[in-house]
Design a binder for this molecule. Structure first.
Ligand code: C5P
Length: 240
């Protein structure tokens, strides 16, 4: 995995099949993967994944499974059969849950083994949020701890804020996938993202994939915006 395009994930944060299809047709030459989250999947279902794949794109199925090990593993196998290139779970589901996901997706005979990724601590969670659910540890301690648990369970990587990439690389080494949202090129507005990093900085810090939505979708020329981001990723990769 090396080209800038393969590392760019566009967030399909829309609520209709037609709109999603329009974005996929417009961007599939520029973007390696399309992220389908809970809203679009709940509204439009697995058909969305087939539509992206039929148009020549790949899918990051961002459904963040968190349940008993058997249920999450079975959902993971369905994500595999559906043809997702990446799917994710919550690391807080624990080691046994993640190990079962790995074992059952490894054993799946569909010929597609997606990257199995975990969310550590949601970036919307603060120390207060964690205290409220009985976790009396700082976020900066929990993130690398859960990333290490993810790696030890045999999973492929984590989703993390760009600011956390360095800590995770230290805890999990280079052979571990890191996907970062919250990325803003210099030309784009911050929107509701607070702790942001440019694409170049995220790649330089060691991120493998970048999830980017509004800097592309809200641009006057989304294709040109995606091209600028690709150039920025390429330059940062060359210097890495
Ligand atoms: O439009 P924008 O580039 O902010 O979209 C980022 C995408 O990544 C959205 O789908 C958002 O839900 C997701 N995301 C995020 N921050 C996280 C985890 C996921 O922005 N910590």
């Amino acid at each position: 995995m090396s080209t800038a395009k393969e590392r760019l994930i566009f967030a399909l944060d829309v609520d209709s099949y037609e709109e999603a299809k329009r974005w996929v047709e417009l961007l599939h030459d520029k973007v390696g993967l399309f992220k389908i989250g809970k809203q679009l999947f709940t509204k439009c279902g697995p058909e969305m994944v087939r539509m992206v794949k039929d148009a020549g794109g790949e899918v990051f199925l961002d459904l963040k499974y968190h349940d008993i090990p058997n249920t999450v593993a079975k959902a993971g196998v369905e994500a595999c059969r559906l043809g997702a290139r990446i799917f994710n779970v919550h690391a807080l589901g624990g080691r046994e849950m993640m190990e079962k996901v790995v074992a059952e997706t490894d054993a799946c005979d569909c010929g597609n083994r997606p990257l199995r990724i975990a969310v550590t601590i949601l970036t919307s969670s603060t120390e207060e949020t964690l205290k409220g659910v009985g976790i009396d540890r700082p976020v900066e301690e929990m993130v690398p701890r859960l990333a290490k648990l993810t790696k030890d369970a045999g999973m492929d990587g984590v989703v993390a804020s760009p600011k956390e990439v360095k800590l995770i690389r230290e805890a999990c080494g280079d052979d571990f996938v890191i996907i970062t949202p919250g990325v803003r090129p210099a030309f784009a507005a911050l929107d509701d993202q607070k702790r942001v990093t440019t694409p170049a900085d995220a790649i330089r810090a060691g991120a493998d994939y970048l999830v980017i939505g509004r800097p592309i979708s809200a641009a006057d020329d989304p294709v040109a915006a995606a091209e600028l981001i690709l150039e920025e990723i390429e330059t940062a990769l060359a210097a890495r």
